[in-house]
Design a protein around this ligand. Structure first.
Ligand code: CA2
Length: 148
């Protein structure tokens, strides 16, 4: 069974660590990739991390994950709150889906309180900063390892 986990990031997250540190912290997506790679290695798992500003690209990667990944850690960023296309893609996926947000979206504007991704996610982490990615990766790895 595949022990690959896709970590998918939506629009503007390429700027993580470069702008708005009061909201999103100082770590970059490269830092996230390094940390999650180390966590996954503890379990003999591997991660594939990607970021796109384009909705359709995220949909394509979710389709790709159907063949290649046992779990998806997804921060769909603003598409979380708008994208039925991403929800539909997630609904074609059989593995674990963990929704991650760097910030605690319920403490923010009301338009961020709705999550289409949350209609499919098996678990949700928010407000842990970028540590949420590592926590989510660890959880997926533990679930995969428990299954053998
Ligand atoms: O808290 C999160 O992780 C969000 O998914 C981040 C999204 C936002 O639209 C969601 O409501 C919550 C925004 C991502 C923007 O990322 C930036 C990172 C650094 C600097 C500027 C934007």
């Amino acid at each position: 069974m595949s022990k690959t986990i896709y970590i998918l990031n939506g629009p503007n997250l390429n700027l993580l660590g470069q702008r708005q540190p009061e909201l999103y912290g100082h770590d970059t997506l490269q830092d996230v990739e390094r940390t999650c790679t180390a966590v996954a290695a503890e379990f003999g798992c591997e991660i594939v991390q990607r970021q796109s500003n384009h909705e359709g690209q995220l949909v394509d990667w979710i389709h790709e994950a159907r063949q290649n990944a046992a779990g998806i850690v997804l921060n769909a960023a603003a598409y979380t709150h708008t994208s039925i296309a991403i929800l539909d893609a997630l609904n074609t996926y059989d593995g674990l889906v963990i929704e991650v947000h760097v910030s605690q979206i319920h403490k923010r504007e009301s338009f961020r309180h709705t999550s289409y991704v949350g209609l499919r996610a098996d678990a949700v982490l928010m407000g842990f900063g970028v540590n949420g990615y590592a926590l989510a990766t660890r959880h997926v790895c533990e679930m995969l390892t428990a299954k053998g």
